[in-house]
Structure formats: C-alpha cells, structure tokens
Write a protein that binds this ligand. Sequence first.
Ligand code: ADP
Ligand code: MG
Length: 237
Amino acid sequence: MVTNLSEPAISIAHLNHYYGQGSLRKQVLFDINLRIDRGEIIIMTGPSGSGKTTLLTLMGSLRSIQEGNLTILEQDLLHATKEQMTLARRNIGYIFQAHNLLSFLTAYQNIEMALEIQEVTATAADTRIRSVLSAVGLEHRMDYYPSDLSGGQKQRVAIARALVSQPKIILADEPTAALDKKSGRDVVEIMEKLARDQGCTILLVTHDNRILDLADRIIYMEDGYLVHHSDANAIVQ
Ligand code: ADP
Ligand code: MG
C-alpha cells in the first residue's frame, strides 16, 4: 500500500453511534467531526459517560461504524469486513486503564506476545523488546511477573507492549487512572517521548489535568458531542 503522509492519521465525519435495540436504542455519539494529523498528540477529556471510550473503540476498529465516516490511515471503516477491521488494528497500539498484562507471563514475555503476529526474526524481536524495556526504564525487571511489579511499572510494561510493534497510532484510554500523580505523569512522558521518536500519532483519554500540557491539542466531549477543540497552550496557560 502506498502511504500518503499528508493524509490525516484519523478522519471522522458526521459520526453517530447508538447502543441497544428497539425502544432501548439510545444515541451516544452525535455528529462527531474530527481530523487528527500524523504525529499529533491529542488529549480527549470530558465527564464520565460522555462517549469518550465509545469514540476510542470506533477509532480503534474494535467496534463497527454504524453511521457516518471514519477513516484511519486511509482505510474507510464504514462497512469494513472483519478481515479489514483486523488489518486496521495491526497499525494501532492500545493502552487501557487496567494494564491487561497476562499474569502468567513475565514483563518480557508480555511484550513479546505483541510481536507474534509481526514478521520479525527472533533476534530482531529480542533487540526490540530489550530496547523498549530500557526506554520505559524496566530492563532490570524483564523477568518479573506482573504481581511483582508496582502499578506504575505494570503500566510502563503495557506501554512497551503497545509500542514494540511500532504502531502508527496509539489509543490510550485513561492509562493513568490507577496510578498516583507522579507515576501517572512519568508514564505519559515516556509514552510521549517514545511516540515522538517513532513519529506515532497518540490519542489519549484522561481526566488528569496535570498532563494536559503534553498534548498538541485538547478535545472535549460532553453528552456525546465534541464540544470544542483547543490548542493545548490555550488551556494550560
Ligand atoms: P466515557 O468513556 O466518556 O465514560 P462511554 O463511551 O463509556 O463514555 O459511554 C457513553 C454512553 O454510552 C454512556 O451513557 C454509557 O452508559 C453508554 N454505554 C457505554 N457502553 C455501552 C454498552 N456496551 N451498551 C450500552 N450502553 C453503553
Ligand atoms: Mg471511558
């Protein structure tokens, strides 16, 4: 596939989304329009229940588009088949609130799993895993199981796992929610640095005001509407 770098990473037009059937059907996203450029770091904020996770799962090709258009890396996800949705997911790294590490695998093995579907040799995989572990400051913990790591360390392993396959887009849903302030900021700074090094686009949902300054742009959801966009500096200053 030929990639056109001037195309946005994610482009959304007139997107609506509904949950439930029949009389229980309820609209949760209303006419969302958004363009995210390649390499941009965007923070999405807004009250609980406003539709942030729903929007993130639609962008992440984890849920089918019902109405409107959503294009990710030039692939239109409206009417995408299961196979096309799976292919789109290969370009995306996901980080969730709960780190979702597998308890019976070490830090190293959890990260290694993310490379299994990629075409990399064992030696190249080992180099990449060690390098990403070192980037998150955990090379000395690679043989530890999740139960022997702190919350911040587990979330750093989750970041390493999301970034080891060098995805073009990172989607992070409240990745610092379970962390104290200092480790929360550390985790996001590491994510930002790695993503900038790899030219990766980040969309991060958070309630954490102390990390807003790390974004190029902040977007705000309320009751299913994207109510405003703003330049990060305008809010932080
Ligand atoms: P946020 O992430 O901003 O808290 P969500 O996207 O999780 O918001 O939820 C948006 C709305 O959709 C809420 O009213 C929520 O109750 C509802 N909702 C979320 N997931 C489901 C689901 N799987 N089935 C039905 N309703 C849902
Ligand atoms: Mg949510």
